[in-house]
Structure formats: structure tokens, C-alpha cells
Write a protein that binds this ligand. Sequence first.
Ligand SMILES: Nc1ncnc2c1ncn2[C@@H]1O[C@H](COP(=O)(O)OP(=O)(O)OP(=O)(O)O)[C@@H](O)[C@H]1O
Ligand SMILES: [Mg+2]
Length: 365
Amino acid sequence: MAELRVNNLYLDYGTGATANAILKGVSMELQRGEVVALLGPSGSGKTTLLRAVAGLESPKSGTITIGERSVFDGERKFEMPAEQRSLGLVFQSYALWPHKTVADNVGYGLKLRKVPGDEIAKRVKEVLGQLGLGHLGERFPHQLSGGQQQRVAIARALVYNPPVILLDEPLSNLDAKLRESLRFELKRLQRELGITSIYVTHDQVEALSLSSQIAVMREGEVVQLGKPRDIYTNPKSRFVAEFIGTSNFLNGRVSATDGDRVTVDTTEGRLVVRSSAGVPVGSEAIVSARPEVVEISTSSADGAVPNEWSGEIVTRMFLGDAVDHVVKVGGFEVRNRSNPNQSIEPGTRVYLRMNPELLTLVPVG
Ligand SMILES: Nc1ncnc2c1ncn2[C@@H]1O[C@H](COP(=O)(O)OP(=O)(O)OP(=O)(O)O)[C@@H](O)[C@H]1O
Ligand SMILES: [Mg+2]
């Protein structure tokens, strides 16, 4: 059964002629234990959607259901107050109470709900333990590192055993290293506790690694919802392809199809792509090639492999665990990502190879 269901949600800010549509018919469904990563440019409505689910904003129409409880129904004009929805919220600015200890910060919400003291203590201890904060209960926030503070904020959201937690860029204030370790911890917690959550992030690696589904938002709409692998390998639009990672977009026109083999003629040569998109011969299409799919070599395979192009290295960037080369092929600049031990001088003549199985045909539009 779905733990969270959002159906056709509309939300405006302002009224009358100045009303501004922010959510334009958003729908999504999360099964228990599922994590949906919300990705999208700034201003696309991610925070607004979370706030609407939490009961902090009033949508205009649509429905929101948590488990079997309806918490918002535009038609029936029913709106459950935020505190009764009892969702866990973790926002980017996690504002802990500076004069309360870690344990009191975490237990405060339970205290407000008049949960008995010994029960609060037990629950707080349990949650702090789960987040690796067991030894820090008596400290004050200013005595903690940023990562520890962030974990306290997460503990505070988990302490109620909420059916759903909503996280809005919870790691974005942290440095790269800390983010990575907390990301692993979140993943572990998610697995151990089977938490259902919506997770807003700007970070595609975070989205790909933490979520069971990714929803890509654009101007108040979910433009694609799917498994991370599907979104990554099979974006339905250029917008999604561009948003979800760096890619090369090689535009051309479909010149032949043979089963799921599609041939695209570009200004710099022909590409064969495996695709079931059913793009008709004669139509425009874009072939998306992720940098890691583009192989480079200083020698030609002499027709033994499909999709071999030749070009010249224009730039090279060392990225620590990889090297990127940009190769100029006529009017295209194609980015490759290689193992760091393959590093080729700019100015070198090279051959590019792109495996048809790993390329994606993106419908134009
Ligand atoms: N209280 C408000 N009144 C009017 N407009 C608002 C209000 N809050 C947000 N907006 C507008 O709603 C739109 C969506 O904002 P939202 O905060 O949901 O974006 P977001 O996707 O979370 O962006 P970011 O990635 O920058 O956090 C923006 O255009 C924003 O300016
Ligand atoms: Mg936001």
C-alpha cells in the first residue's frame, strides 16, 4: 500500500490577477520504505511541494494521503493541521535550540506532546544511538561539529517514528567529505528503519545513490519520474538529460531504423544507437552520450567497431579519480571521461568510440 500519495496538486501564491501558479498538477506515490529524490532547478517548486505535504502551505486543489489518512482534499475543503500530520521534517537550516542539550533538542517535540518523561528518555537514547550520537546527549549544539548538528536535526525528525520524513537539502551546508559520509549513514538508516521519504537535493550523485525513484521538477511540474537508472540512461527530454548529469548532445536526423537499431546522421558523421523510442526516419533527434561512454584511443579500430569518429583533443582536465578530455570533431566538442592513467596531450589526433548500446536517443523538444 502506498505510504504517501500526492494527486494532482495545484498551488498558487497570491490571489486574483496576481496569483502565481507554483505547483501545476503534481502527482507522486511512495510505497513504504521508498525514497523519492526531488531534483530540479532553483524555483521549480521542490520546497513548496514539501511544505504542502507537511501542511505548511495550502494548495488550491488536489489530494494528499498519508497511509490511509487523507490529510488534504481540495474538493472537500479538508486540510489537516501540520502538527496532526506528524511528519518528520529536516530543512536545510536546521536551527537547533542553542540553550538545550542534544538530548533535550531531540526530545522536545515529544515533551510538547506530553509523552511521559521516562518514555522520552528511552526514545531519545534509541534515536541518538541510531545516528551515532549516543555519547553526545549532554552536549550543547555549539559544542558539536556541523555534521553532528545535522545528525541531531535528523534525530529530531525521527524521534516520533513518523510515517514519512521530508528532507530539504539536509546536507547542503556541509563540506564534500562530510556529505559523503552522512549520505552513507542516511542510506543505512533508510535501509534499517525502512523510512519513507522525499529528499530534495541539488546533488545528482546524492539523488542517484540514495533514492529508489527520482522526480525531476520543472516550473511546478514533475517532468519525469522513474528509477534512477532509467532517468539516467533514458531521459525523456533534453531538459532531464542535461539536468541529471553532464552529457554530450549530438544532434542529427534519423536516416534508418532496423528493429531497435537507429541510425542518426549528424554533420560530423553517422551514429548507430540502440533505442526503442520509435523515432521515425526523417525526424530530428539528439544522441546523448555520457562522457564515460565515450572512449578515446590514439589508434583507429579500422571499421571493426561502430561509431568511431576522429578528432583532436582540445582540453584535458584532471579530476582526481578521472581525467576528462574534450575532443573537437568538426562542429562538435565531445567530452570523454577516462581512467586517470589515460591522459592524452591537447593537440593529439584521437579516435572516439561510442558503444551503440550505451547511447541514448533523446526525442527533440
Ligand atoms: N511565500 C511565497 N510567496 C510567493 N512566492 C513564493 C513564496 N515561496 C516561494 N515562492 C516562489 O515559488 C517558486 C518555487 O519556490 P520553491 O522554494 O518551492 O523552489 P525550490 O524548487 O525549492 O528552489 P530552490 O532549489 O532554490 O530551493 C519560486 O518561484 C518562488 O519564488
Ligand atoms: Mg528549496
